[in-house]
Each structure stands twice: as structure tokens, then as C-alpha cells.
Design a binder for this molecule. Structure first.
Ligand code: ATP
Length: 334
């Protein structure tokens, strides 16, 4: 459904400054996949999505979407895809239903077909009772649902969602996800989304592509990433002062144990399988005269994966940084 090779985007800011926003991305996404693109601020997620949706022209490399080249035939690409961007695209004074009908007509439906489609989408996204409401008067969650409906007007095979749930409260996030998951199941859509919410990527996506500094640094299922890149941890607290060293030695002998640290009464380590290690450790420590006060098996998160890959936490997403150089020879921004 999506194939990119060496996809690159440079933004030339001045004669001496170029932002290398996306640096040689190779990506293959099969029909029906639900892929989350995860990365810190400024990693190049939106720019990649904008190239795939033909809103920004690549500086170099190739990308085909639904079998069509984004550079040579952007109009055909747009007919196959829906795009829900970060900002709200709908006009504030328009009524929700009119906005949808107008969008349908923009995509070539006649007025009757556009109205029928409007009815279907209002129903599918639980907006029927809000059809006559002005877009500007909708709540954040309702507007985001309308955005998704707008992206689906022409029944695309492929839907791009740029941070679909940012700013929504947990209830509205869950609600929007319910709608997306159902629409996907009913229409067998391929979905590519960007998100800052690690839990969302973890639970909703079948595949997670981690990007940093414009490059793909990992690409697997969330479980696969966690298993290969982060691993389980055990966190133990000894009941008797001065026995932590003894427990650290026991932990260090476990299969796959590494990064054993001792801090006061607390011992931490990475192990192959924390859930089975904990009861074993409780018994072994007790037998060695170093009983444990507490023993926790900690499963890794996608943040642990990002930390293992980059040495930084996604949660400390600081101010946006740009990777610029003084190379001004690249093509200017499209
Ligand atoms: N039109 C532009 N002109 C100049 N630089 C740009 C432009 N658009 C994006 N950039 C820069 O390209 C880099 C990648 O930005 P992009 O918006 O793709 O990141 P992102 O991963 O989507 O970030 P966020 O999570 O904050 O939305 C950033 O350094 C950004 O400042």
C-alpha cells in the first residue's frame, strides 16, 4: 500500500541553513495494516506524512501510495487517501452536516450522493444529533470525530491520521479509537497515524515505526520492540540492612541478567522473564538469609524502548529542535 525508498525532505531556511527533516526513509506498509509512527517533537513524523499525502514534495527518494507515485501523479494519490491533519480544517460557521456534504462534492459526489454519505458518516461517528450544530460550537472530541468523518467522505482505502487524539481527554480518546477501529474493521482500511501517546501506539497499533532525527530507528510490533530492545526488569527491596549485595549476586546469576544496580536496600536488574524470575528470587534470597520486603516484575514500555535506542526518554519531549547544517546546496522547500 505504501512503499518509500530513500525518502528525504530538506527545508532550506537560508543560504547557510538547511533543516534535514526526513533523511532517507525506507518504509513498506501492506494493505490493511494499522501502523503508528512514534517519535519526539521534530522527529519528522508530520513531514513524512505530508510527503505521503502529496502536501509536500520530497527533496529526493521515491514514494508510492496505493501504487501511485506521489511526485508524478499526486491527484490520483489524493483520490485513494484520506488525511486528517493536526489542525482543524473545518470552517467554524458551517454546520457539521453541510461541511461533510460540501467535502463530498469536492471529491466529485453529486448532491444526493454527498448527502447520503453525510448521513452515513454522521451515524458512524456518533454525530447525528449534532448535524445542525455549527462546527465552531462543537467540543474538542466532537470536532475531532468530525475531522475523521471529513477524511472518510470519499471512502478512501488508506487513512492518514496526524495525532488524531492530541488534546482529548481519556474518555474522548477511547471513544474516537472505538470509532476508528470499527470503521477499519468494516471497510478493511489501511491506517497510518502519528501519536505522542505511547500507550495508544502500544495498544492500538499492530506495528510501531519509531523515528528520530528524520530516520526510522526501529520498526516492529510493540511487543517485538519491547522484547528485543528493552526487556523485563526486576525491582527488589531487601528486608534486612546490609544484605542487598548478596541478593545482587543471586540476581546476576539469572539467565539473561544484566545492568544489575544496587542502591541502599534496592536492587534493580534487567532479566529475560521477570514474571518467572520473581518467585524464584524470593525463595533464593530467603534461603541465602536475605529475605525480600518487596519484589516487583516490571514489564517494559515503549518509552523504555525509545530510551534504549536513543538514551533519551520520549516523555521528556523538550522544545522542538531542528537538525540543521550549513549545507545550502539542497533543493528548497516545496
Ligand atoms: N515548512 C518548514 N520549514 C522549515 N522547517 C520545517 C518545516 N516543516 C517542518 N520543519 C522542521 O522539520 C523538522 C521535522 O518536523 P516535523 O513537523 O515533521 O516533526 P514531527 O515529528 O511531526 O514533530 P511534532 O511531533 O512536534 O509534530 C523539525 O525540525 C521542523 O522544525
Amino acid at each position: 500500500m505504501i512503499h518509500t525508498r530513500g525518502l528525504t525532505k530538506d527545508f532550506v531556511l537560508s543560504r547557510t541553513e538547511t533543516v534535514h527533516a526526513v533523511r532517507g526513509v525506507d518504509l513498506d506498509i501492506a494493505p490493511g495494516e494499522l501502523v503508528a509512527v512514534l517519535g519526539p517533537n521534530g522527529a519528522g513524523k508530520t513531514t513524512t506524512m505530508r510527503m505521503l499525502t502529496t502536501l509536500t514534495r520530497p527533496t529526493s527518494g521515491t514514494a508510492t501510495v496505493a501504487g501511485v507515485d506521489v511526485t508524478t501523479d499526486p491527484a490520483t494519490v489524493r483520490r485513494h487517501i484520506g488525511y486528517v491533519g493536526q489542525g482543524n480544517g473545518a470552517g467554524h460557521q458551517q454546520r457539521a452536516a453541510d461541511e461533510l456534504t460540501m467535502q463530498g462534492q469536492v471529491y466529485g459526489l453529486d448532491r444526493t450522493a454527498a448527502r447520503r454519505r453525510t448521513g452515513e458518516l454522521l451515524e458512524a461517528l456518533d454525530l447525528t444529533t449534532l448535524a445542525r450544530r455549527k462546527v465552531g460550537d462543537l467540543s474538542g472530541g466532537q470536532r475531532r470525530r468530525l475531522d475523521v468523518a471529513l477524511g472518510l467522505v470519499h471512502a478512501p482505502q488508506l487513512l492518514f491520521l496526524d495525532e488524531p487524539t492530541t488534546g482529548l481527554d481519556p474518555h474522548n480518546r477511547a471513544n474516537l479509537w472505538e470509532h476508528i477501529a470499527r470503521l477499519r474493521a468494516e471497510h478493511d482500511m489501511t491506517i497510518v497515524l502519528t501519536t505522542h501517546y505511547l500507550d495508544e501506539a502500544d495498544t492500538m497499533a499492530e506495528r510501531v515505526v519509531v523515528v528520530d532525527h528524520g530516520q526510522v530507528i526501529a520498526d516492529d510490533t510493540a511487543d517485538g520492540l519491547k522484547r528485543t530492545l528493552a526487556g523485563d526488569r526486576v525491582v527488589l527491596t531487601v528486608a534486612v540492612d546490609g544484605t542487598a549485595g548478596r541478593v545482587a549476586t543471586i540476581v546476576g546469576a539469572l539467565p539473561g541478567a544484566r545492568d544489575v544496580t544496587v542502591e541502599g536496600a534496592r536492587i534493580e536488574a534487567r532479566v529475560a522473564d521477570a514474571a518467572s524470575a520473581v518467585p524464584e528470587l524470593v525463595l533464593a534470597a530467603s534461603a541465602a538469609g536475605a529475605p525480600l520486603l518487596e519484589a516487583l516484575a516490571v514489564r517494559p514500555t515503549l518509552d523504555d524502548v525509545f530510551l534504549a535506542l536513543t538514551g533519551r526518554s520520549l516523555r521528556d519531549d523538550g522544545p522542538q529542535t531542528s537538525d540543521s547544517t550549513d549545507d545550502a546546496t539542497q533543493e528548497a522547500a516545496a
